[in-house]
Write a protein that binds this ligand. Structure first.
Ligand SMILES: *Cc1c(COP(=O)(O)O)cnc(C)c1O
Length: 477
């Protein structure tokens, strides 16, 4: 070290590498005993971390120790077996090593000339997902950073294909349960707030086709240009799935682009229950899914699929003189022409590697477990007078409220909201909240295959104790 080459000796590389692996294995094997969520205040963390860049290097061992203690300790463990908040990312160790391999080989996955092997493996892995989602053999897509980028990419294609990029007066539709990633994507693409209609969902929190039809008729009558419908393949709030088959019929008849945001829910197509819930998914013009959620990959990996991959090229391909060497033959796929990133990492590797090592059957079982666990949690909530189930278990999500008899709605709102914070402070388990019909509702998303039934029962019991404690301290009033 210190000669300006930024190199380590082979022995030092091995010893640092082994140390990192040891730390990761230690983390994975002690996770159950760690805090599920740990959020520290800014002032404390500034005191630990604020400093100018060190002019001289130091012993990596000391740096790693500090990193574990001062950085990694202070975070939610989204892969903890009792983390049921938001959408967990249960990840897997083989996928983690896939990221290490991709970084170590420094794959430039933007052009064929730089990464023909990795590009072929991405084509293969994308094709697995395409087939699982029930899209035809001519469909295709690419990996991006996550669900938000997947939907942004897809909606750019919708804008190009249906509006020829002239979006004056254009209107897109979704339900009031649509993820805010869609609002942001449309905003980035230049649409105003008024150009996205968030239609009231039905009593199952699904987009209602009749309501949609009326809105489209009214917009056309007013001279506006409906072009796209965004459906949910599992809402983040409740796991509800919009009527995908009916929406596909409607969109085909009305010449509207159908984008399905299946970011977290799409993985359920691995199972019979999920395929039934998501019937019609493969008829979407485009869809977004997030392997870094329920396909157990470390961040970041999202996937966008479209019926006609050439539409991606029509939307994104540009010619730059400095890239003339990469244009090559048509069979040579330059993924940089199919999306927003030129330099892109080899995200396909972690998914491919973990499916190779564990087999798809293991993934299917892992997703089945999440569906079972949510149903089990629903049963436990129904069996207790402390809780009220708000929406049944759907695609691994159940929503519930603290509602012992005698508690008013507004008191239940306050306790339910305070319970999220109390669960984080307590650290045993973590849940999150949302609002449905103006009321605070708790969400339980048990999709981690390392979770046990015992974890779920103990977590719900702990929440009940914490809620009773909040009642005593008067948090409900
Ligand atoms: C998580 C999620 C998103 C956003 O995906 P990111 O990977 O966080 O960018 C969008 N839509 C739905 C339904 C989601 O669950």
């Amino acid at each position: 070290m210190g000669d300006g080459s930024l190199e380590l000796s082979p022995e030092a590389m091995r010893s640092l590498g082994y140390r990192v692996v040891d730390l990761l294995v230690e983390h994975a094997t002690t996770l159950r005993d760690q805090h599920a969520g740990c959020t520290t205040d800014r002032a404390t963390l500034e005191k630990l971390l604020r400093e100018p860049p060190p002019e001289q290097g130091s012993d990596p061992e000391t740096v790693l120790e500090r990193l574990e203690r001062d950085v990694f300790f202070h975070m939610g463990r989204v892969h903890h077996p009792r983390f049921f908040a938001f959408v967990p990312s249960p990840s897997n160790f083989v996928g983690v090593l896939g990221d290490a391999l991709a970084a170590g080989h420094n794959v430039f996955a933007g052009t064929w000339i730089e990464s023909s092997g990795p590009a072929t493996l991405e084509l293969v892995t994308i094709d697995w997902l395409r087939e699982l989602c029930g899209m035809g053999s001519s469909a295709g897509g690419l990996f991006v950073s996550g669900g938000s980028m997947a939907s942004l990419t897809a909606l750019a294609v919708a804008r190009h294909e249906r509006l020829d990029d002239d979006f004056r007066g254009a209107v897109a539709y979704g339900s009031d349960q649509t993820h805010t990633a869609i609002d942001r994507a449309l905003k980035v693409l230049g649409f105003t707030h008024e150009q996205f209609r968030r239609l009231p969902s039905d009593d199952g929190y699904r987009l209602d086709v009749a309501t949609l039809g009326e809105a489209v008729v009214a917009d056309r009558a007013a001279g506006r240009r409906p072009f796209c419908v965004i459906a949910n393949g599992g809402t983040t709030n409740t796991g509800a799935v919009d009527p995908l088959g009916q929406l596909a019929d409607f969109c085909a008849a009305e010449h509207l682009w159908l984008h399905v945001d299946a970011a977290y829910g799409g993985a359920a197509v691995l199972t019979d229950r999920g395929r039934t819930a998501l019937a019609g998914l493969g008829r979407a013009d485009s869809l977004a899914l997030d392997p870094h959620k329920w396909l157990f990959q470390p961040y970041e990996i999202g996937c966008v699929l479209v019926q006609e991959p050439r539409a991606l090229a029509r939307t994104f391909a540009v010619r730059a003189d400095y890239l003339r060497d990469v244009e090559g033959e048509t069979q040579e796929i330059n993924f940089a022409d199919y999306g927003i990133q030129l330099t892109r990492s080899f995200r396909a590797l972690k998914l491919w590697l973990s499916i190779q090592v564990f087999g798809l059957a293991a993934f299917r079982e892992a997703v089945e477990k999440g569906l079972d666990y949510a149903e089990h949690a629903e049963t436990v909530f129904r069996g207790s007078s402390a809780w009220q189930v708000v929406t049944r278990a759907q695609l691994g999500v159940v929503t519930f409220r603290y509602a012992p008899s005698g508690l008013s709605d507004s008191e239940a709102d306050r306790i339910s909201a305070a319970l999220v914070r109390a669960s984080i402070d307590d650290g045993f388990t973590m849940v999150s909240s949302t609002t449905l019909d103006g009321r605070v509702v708790l969400r339980f998303c048990p999709i981690n295959p390392r979770t046990t039934i015992g974890d779920i029962d103990a977590s719900i019991a702990r929440l009940e104790t914490l809620a009773a404690g909040l009642m005593q301290t008067g948090a409900g009033r």
